[in-house]
Design a protein around this ligand. Structure first.
Ligand code: OFO
Length: 171
């Protein structure tokens, strides 16, 4: 059984994960519009991965006898000034999510809710991976600068992603 405060915060995180999925879907639409098929494909899989994260929160809330409460999902940004700006936004968003996960872990320890702390551990690892992956892509954009052939090659590289990660962090 979880506290009412924890139930509220886990529901809030479920909404944040759905928003993450929605944000990356909007980025996918942006990349589709720019004919950057590899980046669009990367965002498609990222959208699916975030949905898996959301379902992990959904299932956990149910499993511990809580009540899932769905709220409206915030409208995501529609466009970006460049492909690099979109990935920089993705990194900023992942850092925000890391902060949210850390807040939840702190709350679990404060409440001596060890089951929720253990559940959240997976997300702690996952956020390390999420930030690392997106940060490497941002670094590639920095190396490319304004070189169109570099953008072409990066788009090609990102098209190689072929899994939503099944929601499992690699380590
Ligand atoms: Fe991007 O890890 Fe969930 O939100």
């Amino acid at each position: 059984m979880i506290s009412q405060k924890m139930e509220e915060e886990l529901n809030k995180q479920l909404n944040e994960e759905l928003f993450s999925s929605y944000l990356y879907l909007s980025m996918r639409a942006y990349f589709e519009d720019k004919n950057l098929a590899g980046m669009a494909q990367w965002m498609k899989l990222q959208t699916e991965e975030e949905n898996l994260h959301a379902m992990k929160f959904f299932d956990y809330i149910v499993r511990v006898g809580g009540r899932v409460k769905l709220e409206a999902i915030k409208k995501p940004k529609f466009t970006w000034k460049s492909p690099r700006a979109a990935f920089e936004d993705a990194l900023k968003h992942e850092k925000y999510i890391t902060g949210r996960i850390n807040f939840l872990v702190d709350l679990a320890y404060k409440e001596k809710d060890h089951a929720t702390a253990t559940f959240l551990n997976w997300f702690v690892d996952e956020q390390v991976e999420e930030e690392d992956t997106v940060s490497k892509i941002v670094d590639s954009f920095k190396l490319i600068g304004n070189d169109p052939s570099g953008l072409f090659l990066l788009d090609r590289e990102l098209s190689q992603r072929n899994t939503a990660g099944a929601g499992e962090p690699e380590n």
